[in-house]
Design a protein around this ligand. Structure first.
Ligand code: ADP
Length: 352
């Protein structure tokens, strides 16, 4: 069994601590995605698991083995980087088999493993080509193939799709998910792209400033975020946040046609509350003129309507009906109370 466990993992560069005591359990065979804004520490954490960064304090286990201070080559992990790092003078097959060749693996075995990986990744027709004769997506597949032939217990991916164009990213996303289903190994995947995290992960770890904000299955984080940061980070377009005044047990805002009853844990003496509403959960009230339509983006099946409330608050509303709002129109909004989330305006913590 080869899950990955982190206990109080800390990373310091000189005096500066960048990873602040991470406790995390990644189960055997799980696809775990580290996601968060640039600089939150996701690459550092991945590199600590790979052994490419020394862990300052705490422990890292792969399966039952304590690998905290083990040489990267002995950890049973293989890493796929954003830059494919292929050898330009070697063919695809040679690139894939290079690591095994360096370890003195017999030629016949290397060929067998390269063939297996090439089957999985559909690279058969490219095995004799050099990297320069491949597209970006094909190069990334070779880099993944190079990891597969090593038969690692854990695959580590560091933003592997960032260099690809949008269409190819979607394609490779599906391929990596399929690869995971096929070989069933534990995979840890770093990205700043919440869509990648949502679509690929069994488990998402949301990081901010070197700390875990929340861990959970994609739809659990979407439906039940613990705080405003996670609520705002997961979901696209992002959740709207309204600074509401409290009166008569409800949250009031000029954009809202009907005040929203407070959730149980809003303190009795609170004067303000932050209400979070996802664009897809807003209903347009055409009898109200509380907001003006600033801009609309019609994508076909859905339109995103950018609203400006009287107090200057901005909102995005998703519309799917035949009738779509137009720029300059005046409309109001309403939301079902069970669709609205409440957050402490000071701490950002969810008030359920
Ligand atoms: P992410 O992958 O989430 O963008 P990183 O893991 O690369 O973030 O970086 C996390 C933090 O650690 C950042 O604040 C970054 O500036 C800092 N950091 C990374 N590498 C070094 C280093 N070699 N020396 C000092 N600080 C570093």
């Amino acid at each position: 069994m080869t899950g990955v466990t982190l206990n109080g993992a800390i990373k310091r560069y000189g005096q500066t601590q960048v990873i602040h005591g991470i406790d995390l359990e990644i189960k055997d065979g799980e696809f775990c995605v580290f996601v968060g804004p640039s600089g939150c520490g996701k690459s550092t954490l991945l590199r600590m698991i790979a052994g490419l960064e020394e862990t300052s304090e705490g422990q890292i286990h792969i399966g039952t083995r304590d690998v905290t201070h083990l040489d990267p080559a002995k950890r049973g992990v293989a890493m796929v980087f954003q830059t494919y790092a292929l050898y330009p003078h070697m063919t695809v097959a040679e690139n894939m088999g290079f690591g095994l060749r360096m370890n003195g693996v017999p030629k016949a075995e290397i060929e067998k493993k390269v063939q297996e990986a090439s089957n999985i990744l559909k690279l058969d027709q490219y095995l004799k080509r050099k990297p320069k004769a491949l597209s970006g997506g094909q190069r990334q597949r070779v880099a993944i193939g190079r990891a597969i032939v090593r038969g690692p217990e854990v695959f580590l991916f560091d933003e592997p799709l960032s260099n690809l164009d949008a269409e190819l990213r979607v394609e490779m996303r599906v391929e990596i998910a399929r690869l995971h289903n096929e070989i069933g190994a534990t995979m840890i995947y770093v990205t700043h792209d919440q869509v990648e995290a949502m679509t690929m992960a069994d488990k998402i770890v949301v990081l901010r400033d070197g700390r875990i904000e929340q861990v959970g299955a994609p739809m659990d984080l979407y439906r039940d975020p613990d705080n405003k940061f996670v609520a705002g980070f997961i979901g696209s377009p992002a959740m709207n946040f309204l600074d509401c005044d409290i009166a008569d047990g409800a949250a009031h805002h000029s954009a809202l046609s009907t005040p929203i009853p407070l959730t149980n844990s809003v303190p009795a003496d609170a004067k303000k509350v932050t209400v979070g509403i996802r664009p897809e959960h807003i209903e347009v009230d055409r009898n109200s003129d509380a907001c003006s339509v600033d801009l609309t983006e019609a994508l076909g099946g859905v339109s995103y309507v950018y609203l400006l409330a009287a107090n200057g608050d901005k909102l995005i509303v998703e519309e799917r009906d035949d009738h779509r709002s137009a720029m300059g129109e005046k409309i109001g909004i309403s939301v079902r109370p069970d669709r609205a989330m409440m957050f402490d305006p000071e701490t950002g913590l969810r008030l359920r």
